[in-house]
Structures are given as structure tokens and as C-alpha cells.
Design a protein around this ligand. Structure first.
Ligand SMILES: NC(=O)c1ccc[n+]([C@@H]2O[C@H](COP(=O)([O-])OP(=O)(O)OC[C@H]3O[C@@H](n4cnc5c(N)ncnc54)[C@H](O)[C@@H]3O)[C@@H](O)[C@H]2O)c1
Ligand SMILES: N[C@H](CO)Cc1c[nH]c[nH+]1
Ligand SMILES: [Zn+2]
Length: 441
């Protein structure tokens, strides 16, 4: 295998050393301290200087002098008109599928009488304003615009603010503007990176402060989301893309499997891709296809760097070892090309999303199936879930006691209140309990 397409790890699971295990299971990117410090400084500037900091970041990081941060609606319309109808049709179809799948997941309000005369409810309400980040450094991400905006709209959010980095003309690409229009965003700003996350979380002269900031991004975006997490709701740590392909002999063509690895590796040199199989001959065939695919891709540089930094080709002793590895990896995307992918899926708790069978390429989910592609990375799928309409809702409970309910509960509540040394609570309960009927009539 040429140096360019050689993965960082190539061998048997049983023979992995500690360093290799760390690389596979602790996939945080960059020098955590360095990225954290740089991001903290950028966020502090957004807080103190607002829009001025964002104009400066556009100059420094995007290489463009902006006249304005906001992209007006006329430009969205012009973008829609300028694009091929195939692109508009594809965006529209993706938006429709995202809406169908996310609407089906909206939670229902709850009302329960827990004791006679004591009724409780839980209601879900949309957040007022939310910020959706769509990346735009090494590629344009209209698909991420839809993945954030459409579920927010399905949840009933009124103000949906998109931020995405400016291109050389001072605006995100026309496809991003078109996606904002098709998805139903309300405002769009040509702002990228940590600056965008800070602006959406704190508010600036131009950008409204949002109750939630969601969306994927590179190491700086990821770090910035984590640093503002105490002030606003964020979704999962959706950082540089990942895939784990799990395959058994005869379940998919080696070229398809290698293509899955190359597809996610082409996002970012920080991407992590791994392949695990029980078959030595399939491993060899995928190794060969990877070499061919890397040599052929126009994004060779990014793919080769990702592969050589966080790429892995692994041989498992048996099906058990293969699935145990997959569970421990907790990948953003897991592709199961095994004899019984449904049964294997049912045994998993840690994936971001699972693709079942050889036909189910991650690319379908990245763009069009309607499941959300904004997913936890770096093993955080152990704890976090992918973006959904739930991220745009908050809930509160309500409680109603009738006179009968109050009478039934007053004594035991007073007992607990006195046990806690809080006599005021005991009095409030007893007052209702004793003469509840008379007092309320
Ligand atoms: N996990 C998911 O759900 C998911 C989904 C889609 C994309 N992604 C990931 O999103 C990422 C997109 O990355 P991208 O770079 O293409 O776009 P991006 O928009 O995330 O990053 C571009 C921005 O990074 C900032 N930046 C660049 N260099 C900087 C520096 N030296 N210091 C501080 N800030 C700097 C700039 O502000 C720039 O606008 C990829 O890693 C991709 O894999 C993840
Ligand atoms: N694979 C990315 C999530 O890691 C999503 C995406 C958008 N466009 C292409 N792919
Ligand atoms: Zn992708």
C-alpha cells in the first residue's frame, strides 16, 4: 500500500497496543489545550466587540472583507433562481423526508391523574429563537442547513437563524442560501467558526441571541459549542466525521466498503474511519480498493491525511470480537454489512446512526433519507444522541389539586415538611387540607 493511503492502524484487534487503543477509542481532535485556549480568546472577543470581532474573523480565517454580516432575503431568491432545477429538486426532496421523519418523532403532551384529585401534566413548547450552524470551510453544507432548519420548523420555532462561513464573494454558496429558503430559515448570516457560535449564543448588534445553538463543524466549532454550553442549549458534540464499517465475507463488494471509508474521510483531515472484518481475504480486498480509491479521488490530500492519522483496518478473531469492538468504538456512523445486520443492530447501544446492509451507504443518510446527519462524534455517541426536533423544544410540568386531592395529601406533606425543618411548607399544605372545600368555593 502506498504511503498516501496507508491507515494509521492495520492489524488484528487482539494485537492492538495501548497507543493504538487510545487512537481508536479516544478520538478527540487537535491539541485539546491549544484549540480550547484559541477558542476561548475568540469567544471573549465576540462578547466584548460583537459584530466588529466577526468582521475581523472573516478577514483572518475566511480571507474576505465583508460589507455586511446578514445575507438579505433577495439574495436567497436570486440563489434559488440561479441553481439547476436538479439541485432544487434534490434539496426539496431531502427537506420533505427530513420533515416527515422528524414530525413523526415529536413528543406528545402528557396528562395523568396520579391520585384522586391530583392531576399532573407535561407540555412541550418550542424555543423562541434557535441558531443553526452549517459548516462551510472545506466544502459547502446545504445539507446541514436542512438538517437544522427543518426539524426546528417542525418543532414550531419562530426564529431560525442560520450562520455559515462566507465564500470569496462575502456570502455562503448559493446552494446554502437556497437550502435556507427551502428549509424555512428566517435569517442568515455569513459568519463561520467559533465566532458564529459565540454570536448565536451571546447575541451581537446584528445577530439575535438564541436559546439553542446546534449544528456540526470542525475542531473550533466543536470547542466553541462546548464552551457556550453553560449559557445556551447545544446539541451533541458533532465534530469531524467518522465511520466504522463492519463487514463479513460475501455481504458487500470491497469497492463499496472502501468507498464508505473514503466518503467520510474526505470531509476533514481530522475525520476518523475504520473497517473491521472477520475475513482476512475481505480485509486484503478492501485494502486494495482503498489504495485505488485514494489514488483516484480529487480530495486525495484530505483523505490521505485522515486515513494516516485516524484510519484503521482491523481483523477480528470472530463475530463476537467484531461486534464488541463496534460497540466500544461508539462511531458517529456504523455500517453493518454482516449476515444478519438487523440482529447485530439490535445488540448495539452506542452508535450515532446505523446503516444496515450493503445498499445502505452513509451518503444516502448524509443527504436524503430524512434521518438527521448531525450526529455525535469522537465516541460521544456513548452519551449523546443525534439532532432531532426534541433539541428545539423545552418542556414544563403543571399540577392541579382539587379540594379532595389537597385533603388527601395535606397530612403526609406536612409530615415531610416538618421532617425537613420547614414549618411554612407544613402550614401551606394543612391550610388547604383542612378546609379545602370551603376556602376555594
Ligand atoms: N458530526 C456531524 O454531524 C457532521 C456533519 C457535517 C459535517 N461535519 C464536520 O464538519 C466539519 C466542517 O469543517 P469545515 O472546516 O469544512 O467547516 P467549518 O464551517 O466547520 O469551519 C470553517 C471555519 O473554521 C474557522 N477556522 C478556520 N481556521 C481556523 C483557525 N486557525 N482558528 C480558528 N478558527 C478557524 C473559520 O471561522 C472558518 O469559517 C468537518 O469536520 C466535517 O466532518 C460533521
Ligand atoms: N457525513 C456528514 C456527517 O458526519 C454529513 C454530510 C453532509 N454532507 C455530506 N456529508
Ligand atoms: Zn458525509
Amino acid at each position: 500500500m502506498s504511503a498516501e493511503s496507508r491507515p494509521a492502524i492495520d492489524g488484528r484487534i487482539a494485537e492492538l497496543d495501548d497507543g493504538q487503543r487510545r487512537l481508536l477509542f479516544d478520538r478527540r481532535v487537535g491539541d485539546a489545550g491549544e484549540v480550547a485556549d484559541a477558542t476561548r480568546a475568540l469567544l471573549a472577543l465576540v462578547r466584548s466587540e460583537g459584530d466588529d470581532a466577526l468582521f475581523d474573523f472573516a478577514r483572518r480565517f475566511d480571507g474576505v472583507e465583508l460589507d455586511a454580516l446578514e445575507v438579505p432575503r433577495e439574495k436567497w431568491g436570486e440563489a434559488l433562481e440561479s441553481l439547476d432545477s436538479e439541485v432544487i429538486d434534490a434539496l426539496t426532496r431531502a427537506a420533505r423526508n427530513i420533515e416527515t421523519f422528524h414530525r413523526a418523532q415529536l413528543p406528545s403532551d402528557v396528562e395523568v391523574e396520579v391520585e384522586p384529585g391530583v392531576t399532573l401534566g407535561r407540555v412541550f413548547v418550542p424555543l423562541e429563537a434557535v441558531g443553526v450552524y452549517a459548516p462551510g470551510g472545506r466544502a459547502a453544507y446545504p445539507s446541514s442547513v436542512l438538517m437544522g432548519v427543518v426539524p426546528a420548523r417542525a418543532a414550531g420555532v419562530k426564529e431560525i437563524v442560520v450562520c455559515s462561513p462566507p465564500g470569496p464573494d462575502g456570502m455562503p454558496s448559493p446552494v446554502v442560501l437556497a437550502a435556507a429558503a427551502i428549509g424555512g430559515a428566517t435569517r442568515l448570516f455569513a459568519v463561520g467558526g467559533a465566532g458564529a457560535i459565540g454570536a448565536l449564543a451571546f447575541g451581537t448588534g446584528s445577530i439575535p441571541r438564541c436559546a439553542a445553538v446546534v449544528g456540526p463543524g470542525n475542531r473550533w466549532v466543536l470547542e466553541a459549542k462546548q464552551q457556550v454550553a453553560g449559557e445556551v442549549i447545544i446539541d451533541s458534540p458533532a465534530g469531524p466525521s467518522e465511520v466504522l464499517v463492519v463487514a463479513e465475507e460475501g455481504c458487500a463488494q470491497p469497492a463499496w466498503l472502501a468507498a464508505e471509508l473514503i466518503a467520510q474521510a474526505e470531509h476533514d483531515p481530522d475525520a476518523a474511519v475504520a473497517f473491521v472484518t472477520t475475513s482476512p481475504s475481505l480485509l486484503e480486498a478492501v485494502r486494495r480498493e482503498l489504495r485505488i480509491g485514494v489514488a483516484a479521488t480529487p480530495r486525495r490530500e484530505v483523505v490521505a491525511e485522515a486515513l494516516s492519522t485516524r484510519g484503521a483496518l482491523l481483523l477480528a478473531a470472530d463475530h463476537d470480537e467484531m461486534m464488541t469492538f463496534a460497540e466500544a468504538y461508539a462511531g458517529e456512523h456504523v455500517v453493518l454489512c454482516t449476515r444478519d445486520p438487523r440482529a447485530d443492530r439490535a445488540g448495539m447501544r452506542t452508535p450515532g446512526t446505523v446503516f444496515l446492509g450493503g445498499a445502505s451507504s452513509v451518503a444516502f443518510g448524509d443527504y436524503m433519507t430524512g434521518a438527521n446527519h448531525v450526529l455525535p462524534t469522537a465516541g460521544t455517541a456513548r452519551s449523546f444522541s443525534g439532532l432531532s426536533a426534541l433539541d428545539f423544544l423545552r418542556s414544563y410540568t403543571w399540577q392541579e389539586l382539587t379540594a379532595e386531592g389537597a385533603a388527601g395529601m395535606a397530612g403526609p406533606v406536612a409530615t415531610l415538611a416538618e421532617a425537613e425543618g420547614l414549618p411554612g411548607h407544613a402550614t401551606a399544605a394543612r391550610l388547604r387540607g383542612s378546609k379545602a372545600g370551603e376556602e376555594t368555593s
